[in-house]
Design a binder for this molecule. Structure first.
Ligand SMILES: O=C(O)CCC(=O)C(=O)O
Length: 281
């Protein structure tokens, strides 16, 4: 279904930018595999970012369900407005989420033959919004593969005071705390582990057009937005096109199974109509 908000025109240059390719070198792949994340500059053009900053913001405003004032929410609620699967509401957002370039990078970093869509989500940290607690995304995902990855695309330049995504290098190899939902407890326990075993956190600003990819088991967080501007971010989650569904182990798995891969059977390929292959070679 299309939204009536889809009035801006996608230029040929933006279409070409989304459909283009980006060379992933052996150094990129080795860095991603060793550290569980990578930051890449100049992946998307300033024009693409400017255009989608407006398009996605309109969609977030149209579909945001959060009505509780910021100061009355819990830590998770203060971290961001979270609006999911915008590609199903807007043809323009669909073209972004279906970007061949973003999916090709995901495929090449993981070294698989192709990727499917898990879901997209816009993550808008409001002015004065709180920190995003430490967590690993795959806690929520009943996917029987470690080849899962999120591209985090800031829709503006993102200095430290806006709350850019920060990563604990090599934490995708840490087996502790994989059973923690995003919470004050995940922030406290993972922070302790990161301090004890990993020591240095990668928390740096993002330029316009710079994006990051982080693996499903990588511990990550984001600082508060101490400015009066929103931190606007779009994300797309991919998984190996050959991955299967494992039996749910917690209520969050049940929820994701029903929401993001409806009708898929345990042990079978995750290929529901809302898990299209976005890139394959
Ligand atoms: O944007 C944020 O603050 C958190 C993002 C995140 O946790 C993710 O994309 O997996």
């Amino acid at each position: 279904m299309s939204s009536t908000l889809d009035s801006p025109i996608l230029t040929a240059a933006i279409e070409k930018d989304l459909a283009g390719s980006f060379t992933i070198t052996d150094e990129h792949r080795d860095f991603y595999r060793e550290n569980g994340f990578i930051k890449l500059k100049q992946v998307l053009s300033p024009e693409t970012i400017q255009f989608y900053g407006d398009v996605i913001t309109d969609q977030v405003i149209a579909h945001n369900a959060q009505q509780v004032p910021l100061e009355e929410r819990d830590t998770y609620g203060k971290a961001f407005l979270q609006v999911m699967n915008l590609w199903r509401h807007s043809e323009l957002v669909k073209q972004f989420v279906y970007s061949k370039k973003l999916a090709q990078i995901a495929t090449d970093l993981m070294g698989c033959t192709g990727v499917r869509l898990y879901h997209d989500q816009a993550l808008y940290k409001e002015p004065g919004g709180g920190h995003t607690p430490w967590h690993a995304d795959q806690f929520y995902w009943p996917i029987d593969s470690n080849n899962t990855v999120t591209v985090w695309v800031p829709l503006q330049e993102t200095p430290l005071e806006l709350g850019p995504l920060a990563f604990a290098p090599k934490s995708h190899l840490v087996k502790r705390h994989r059973d923690l939902a995003i919470s004050d407890e995940s922030e406290r326990l993972i922070e302790m582990t990161v301090k004890e075993t990993i020591q240095q956190l990668v928390e740096t600003a993002f330029d316009i057009g710079e994006v990051s990819y982080h693996a499903g088991w990588t511990f990550h967080r984001a600082g508060a937005n101490t400015t009066q501007r929103p931190r606007r971010v779009m994300t797309v989650i991919y998984f190996d096109q050959n991955a299967t569904l494992h039996a749910p182990q917690r209520k969050e798995h049940e929820n994701d199974w029903n929401t993001w891969m409806p009708g898929v059977e345990i042990g079978k390929l995750i290929d529901s109509p809302i898990n299209p292959v976005l890139y394959s070679h």
